[in-house]
Write a protein that binds this ligand. Structure first.
Ligand code: ATR
Length: 271
């Protein structure tokens, strides 16, 4: 049976093994998906060995998403642009292909959760400029947003994203995050603020239109303080769990041969 897994450190908290086990069961497919705790200094060695041990691929998570780009034999354009990979495909000869499905997962979740969402209807506003934000920015630009506004506590990282992703980007100062929401059609929290045990994301929302779609990459809790305030202002909100589920689908299909569906049962299994 084909083997796949998720490579990270720590990895015990990862929800991916439960998700893939659920899909394998649902479709009656042979295969196993396991957590693989790997130290950074062992990553290269483990990647060379896994294809020899029956693995057809792997997901990659913190802290390895950037490092695998340099270790892979081929890298998709989007993974190269984002500078990080989350999905590896092992070829029969052991060669490793690295891809990034985070942006796909982000967009697929919005399209499923808010079918009437129109990315071209107005500017998108992205709060945060880390690895997750880079995938979100790439996918929003692909989806046809007319303008992409970005802000980050560390301004240098948003300036870097503008330098790499180009003309449609407008960088806002962290102190001006509230102004960035004015006339935005799509608003995304791509920071880790609002996660259990962290401070909430505090952005003045007076300029936010009730027509905006607001989403958060944080999914513990599902209803972050940021989403709760947007909902109180009449906005359509989408939580972050769906992105996690949708980003996993392309890997599952490549490794196990069946495109998996993301539905309410999938959400319940992973929560
Ligand atoms: P990820 O891969 O999840 O994006 P990351 O690259 O570490 O992880 O990025 C975390 C994001 O959350 C960054 O935008 C970070 O801002 P900085 O670039 O200034 O570090 C943001 N973030 C984390 N803690 C924060 C805090 N206390 N206040 C403001 N932003 C914070």
């Amino acid at each position: 049976a084909p083997l796949a897994g998720v490579i990270g450190m720590p990895i015990a908290h990862s929800r991916s093994p439960r998700l893939h086990a659920h899909w394998l069961r649902r479709y009656g497919l042979p295969g196993h998906y396991v957590p693989l705790p790997v130290m950074p200094e062992h990553l290269a060695e483990v990647l060379r060995i896994l294809p020899r041990a029956g693995f057809v691929g792997a997901n990659v998570t913190i802290p390895h998403k950037e490092a695998v780009i340099a270790l892979a034999d081929s890298v998709s354009d989007r993974a190269a642009l984002i500078g990080a990979a989350n999905t590896l495909i092992f070829r029969p000869d052991g060669r490793i292909h690295a891809d990034n499905t985070d942006g796909y997962g982000f967009i697929a979740n919005l399209r499923q959760s808010a079918p009437d969402w129109q990315p071209a209807a107005g500017p998108a506003a992205v709060i945060g400029a880390g690895g997750a934000a880079r995938a979100v920015v790439a996918s929003l630009l692909d989806s046809g947003v007319p303008e992409l506004r970005i802000t980050n506590r560390t301004r240098l990282r948003s300036d870097q994203i503008k330098a790499e992703f180009g003309a449609r980007l407008v960088v806002y100062d962290w102190a001006q995050a509230g102004n960035m929401l004015d006339s935005a059609a799509t608003v995304v929290n791509a920071t880790s603020l609002g996660m259990q045990g962290k401070q909430p994301l505090r952005v003045p929302m007076d300029a936010l239109s009730p027509d905006a779609l607001v989403t958060d990459l944080v999914y513990t809790p599902l209803m972050t303080p940021f989403l709760a305030e947007a909902q109180a202002r009449g906005c359509r909100i989408v939580d972050g769990l769906g992105m996690l589920l949708h980003q996993a689908a392309p890997g599952f299909e490549r490794w196990f041969g069946q495109r998996p569906e993301v539905d309410d049962e999938t959400r319940r299994i992973v929560l």
